[in-house]
Ligand binder design. Structure first.
Ligand code: ADP
Ligand code: MG
Length: 450
């Protein structure tokens, strides 16, 4: 086969963001990726791993902190003029009709009024918007709105089509047909777009669409694995080869995100502080109750489907429950531990005490408990807790970790935090039983739909 012709490329990029607190967060570290002519590349990974950031860097919307970015062999400075974008949020002007939304983009390109009309008519036909040209976005379904988004992107006739979770706001059936329609637009080699770079968290979607599937891991975002997908097109979601590849990718992601050896907490060397997934207790409780209703176990992908949650979010909730030792994750399964089953069956007060003993097996809570106990006033400043977090996890968002720690500790009636004085104190055994904890009665937010 002939050498592929590179279109756009990042090499060894690093991306740091500054938090409002002034702290730096490393979002991408050492990411290299090339999009060649005539291919569909998909970025897959949990939310927050930096997929959209890679897309924005390649589109020239933001500069990378370090590393090189190029387009057609030349270093990229400023916007990448070869890229047209389709957004998850559609990004339409609500006061304009479908037609006007497309025309606005073409006019901004400096096209003559005749050309604007001609191209608009053309793309409206191509994406199946005929009859809806004069409707406003608010009168249209998600699928129709995204047709405008796609029409707008292809109307400008660029080599590269970038799509950031384009079908996640569209119902499943419509998403299926839009995927194949987009591939029909891409297929002719003598016409733009030459290549597609897309972000998705839907494994079936990327197996259907992509020639190359780039799997990201998080904290900071790195490429974990690139999978070449040679399944013949058009692909069949139900063929054994298709399902096999979906399964294979499932296993890679779960193997990566849910190490099935030892629970995360136990894998942390003694004395080291564990990172807590930024999940509120009610979500963990929701997961435990969901599992209890399913005889104590379920496939992690099934959980994501049942709860209509993004896969990355479910992974965080599962990890959080695993850190607490309430679940185990052999392979793709999420299974209640003995402690998890006990928790599921317990009443509110007993749940709190089980929760508290789970917390006390984690280093961060042991450390804080000891630190606070040593104080004559039995309280410490928020700043001191945050310093402890920063020293243990320099890459973490410490403000977010702090709020997670407090939320978990409040639910276990272990620590209290006073927002006005910014002091953290022990709440167990202080006689009030509820130690100033706010909103500590959880309403399960992981609600099974079936
Ligand atoms: P993904 O698309 O994989 O969900 P993103 O690329 O959107 O992830 O974001 C990765 C991380 O970078 C997240 O933690 C997000 O909060 C952070 N981030 C993204 N953009 C900015 C920004 N402009 N300023 C600060 N942090 C950002
Ligand atoms: Mg994103």
């Amino acid at each position: 086969m002939a050498q592929p012709t590179p279109l756009c490329e990042v090499k060894d990029i690093v991306q740091d963001f500054r938090r409002p607190s002034g702290q730096t967060l490393r979002v991408l570290d050492g990411v290299s990726l090339t999009v060649n002519e005539h291919e569909v590349v998909a970025l897959l990974g949990p939310s927050g791993c930096g997929k959209s950031t890679v897309l924005r860097i390649l589109a020239g919307l933001i500069p990378a902190t370090a590393g090189s970015v190029s387009n057609q062999g030349a270093p990229l400075t400023g916007r990448n003029e070869d890229v047209a974008m389709v957004f998850q949020s559609f990004a339409l002007y609500p006061w304009m009709t479908a037609r006007e939304n497309i025309e606005a983009v073409l006019r901004a390109q400096g096209l003559s009024e005749d050309k604007v009309k001609e191209r608009t008519d053309q793309v409206i036909k191509v994406v199946g918007l005929t009859g809806f040209a004069n409707s406003h976005p608010r009168e249209m379904s998600g699928g129709m709105k995204q047709r405008i988004g796609i029409a707008r992107a292809i109307s400008v006739d660029r080599k590269l089509l970038f799509m950031d979770e384009p079908f996640s706001q569209v119902d499943a059936l419509t998403a299926e047909s839009l995927r194949s329609e987009v591939l029909d637009l891409w297929a002719p080699v003598d016409r733009n777009p030459s290549s597609i770079l897309m972000v998705s968290h839907d494994i079936k979607e990327v197996v259907y669409m992509a020639d190359r599937i780039v799997i990201f891991g998080t904290n900071p975002g790195r490429i974990r694995k690139i999978i070449d997908n040679h399944l013949p097109r058009p692909r069949d979601y139900r063929s054994p080869e298709f399902l096999q590849l979906v399964d294979h990718i499932h296993d890679i992601i779960t193997g990566m995100e849910l190490p099935d050896a030892a629970p995360l907490a136990a894998a942390t060397p003694a004395g080291e502080i564990e990172q807590l997934p930024p999940v509120i207790p009610s979500e963990i409780v929701g997961l435990i109750e969901y599992l209890e209703a399913r005889r104590g176990q379920e496939d992690v992908f099934r959980i994501a489907t049942d709860t209509a949650r993004e896969f990355g979010e479910i992974i965080s909730v599962v990890k959080a429950a695993e850190v607490l030792d309430l679940v185990d994750t052999p392979k793709r399964l999420v299974v209640l531990t003995a402690e998890g089953r006990k928790f599921a069956k317990a009443l509110a007060e007993e749940r709190r005490s089980i929760w508290r003993s789970c917390l006390m097996s984690l280093q961060i809570f042991k450390t804080l408990h000891a630190m606070i106990s040593r104080q004559p006033t039995h309280e410490i400043d928020r700043e001191i807790v945050e310093e402890t977090i920063i020293l243990a996890m320099p890459h973490e968002d410490y403000a977010r970790q702090f709020m997670t720690i407090i939320a978990w500790a409040r639910y276990g009636n272990m620590l209290s935090y006073d927002e006005t004085t910014e002091k953290v104190s022990l709440s167990e055994g202080n006689g009030t039983g509820n130690g100033g904890s706010h909103g500590s009665t959880p309403a399960p937010t992981v609600t099974p739909s079936a």
